[in-house]
Ligand binder design. Structure first.
Ligand SMILES: [Mn+2]
Length: 349
């Protein structure tokens, strides 16, 4: 297992030298944020980010993420060009020895929350999601925005994307994912890159848009599309956790045993109703994810990939990017590292 930490590059208020001071953290999870979605990532750009990370005594372990262009998800005739670019990016990262690529296949919106600063009784804040606030929203009619809303689309662009997705139901989205994976996974395998899809967050359709990577059945289907070690999973416990029907521990055990888990996001959540939850403190007792069970399953199945604490709370007066402060993620890393050492030493293989 390699403990990693997400870093947003030079604009991140959390500096690489601070991350290095978190015991156990050896790897960095990052991306080229300046490359427009759909373009190939230049090798020199990836190399310079890698140098900066290594100059700070850390390793560039995971790219999270190379965004998949909407034309690929929509299955438009222009998708082949974007897939070519994606392949180029994979070859470039593989050529530099970066082993893991996290990506997702969520239409239009990435992770979505209704509140980025839910206040807790101890004065900390964290992200939360209340489905009731969102379920009746019509994005075309309502002048609606969410905190931290992706501003990458104008109103017109958003409308035309929503129109295009009228034709794409979940089955079509699966077909488009299949087309994409059949093209890129063989190249990834040749390039020494392990692709790891991130589950949809939250794991259900929002704003009438389909979402497909939501449960164990979906992970079965995904991994069966191309049988390759380069077609695997980012197992995000906090994204799948709100799906109360899932047994997170047994599911991660199953896929880790199959060698399909390449990257793990350890995040805990507390369900507050059907389709509603908030992000909690990392330890098991504060949320609905059995974090001890998750780590134990990984240890017992010989997990050798990358792991990172996912979103943390804002504590100790820290300000910054919601979910991505230094302090609580550092606590999360140490908690998971502690569980790991205990599981390894108490249950020698
Ligand atoms: Mn995650």
């Amino acid at each position: 297992m390699k403990m990693t930490f997400r870093w947003y590059g030079k604009d991140d208020p959390v500096k690489l030298q601070y991350i290095r001071q978190v015991p156990a953290v050896k790897g960095i999870v990052s991306a080229l944020y300046y490359v427009p979605v759909g373009e190939a990532w230049p090798k020199e750009g990836i190399a310079s980010l890698k140098r900066e990370i290594e100059d700070n005594g850390l390793e560039f372990t995971v790219i999270e993420s190379i965004p998949v262009h909407e034309d690929i998800k929509l299955g438009r005739s222009t998708r082949d060009g974007y897939i070519e670019n994606y392949i180029q990016s994979i070859q470039n990262m593989g050529g530099l020895g970066i082993p893991y690529l996290c990506y997702n296949f969520m239409p239009v919106f990435d992770w979505t929350r209704s509140d980025l600063q839910m206040k807790h009784e101890d004065g900390s804040t964290s992200l939360s999601y209340d489905h009731q606030q969102l379920e009746n929203v019509d994005l075309r009619k309502d002048d609606f925005s969410l905190p931290g809303w992706a501003t990458s689309y104008s109103k017109d662009e958003l409308d035309s994307l929503l129109d295009a997705y009228e034709e794409v139901d979940s089955e079509t989205l699966w077909e488009n994912l299949e087309y994409f994976l059949k093209a890129v996974v063989p190249v990834a395998e040749k390039s020494g890159v392990k692709m790891a899809i991130h589950p949809d967050d939250p794991p259900w359709p929002i704003f009438g848009l389909p979402r497909i990577i939501t449960d164990e059945k979906a992970l079965d289907r995904l991994t069966s599309i191309v049988d390759s070690p380069s077609n695997g999973l980012t197992f995000c416990t906090g994204s799948l956790g709100p799906n109360g029907d899932m047994n997170i521990v047994e599911t991660i055990r199953k896929f880790s045993r199959l060698g399909k888990v390449h990257f793990v996001h350890t995040r805990n959540i507390k369900r507050t109703g059907t389709h509603s939850f908030y992000e909690s403190r990392h330890p098991t007792e504060f949320g609905d994810v059995d974090m001890y069970g998750v780590v134990k399953a990984l240890v017992e199945t010989g997990f050798a990939g990358a792991i990172r604490p996912d979103h943390g709370r804002m504590i100790w007066g820290e300000t910054g990017r919601p979910g991505y402060g230094l302090y609580d993620r550092a606590l999360g890393a140490m908690y998971v590292y502690g569980l790991w050492e205990a599981c390894e030493k108490c249950n020698p293989l």
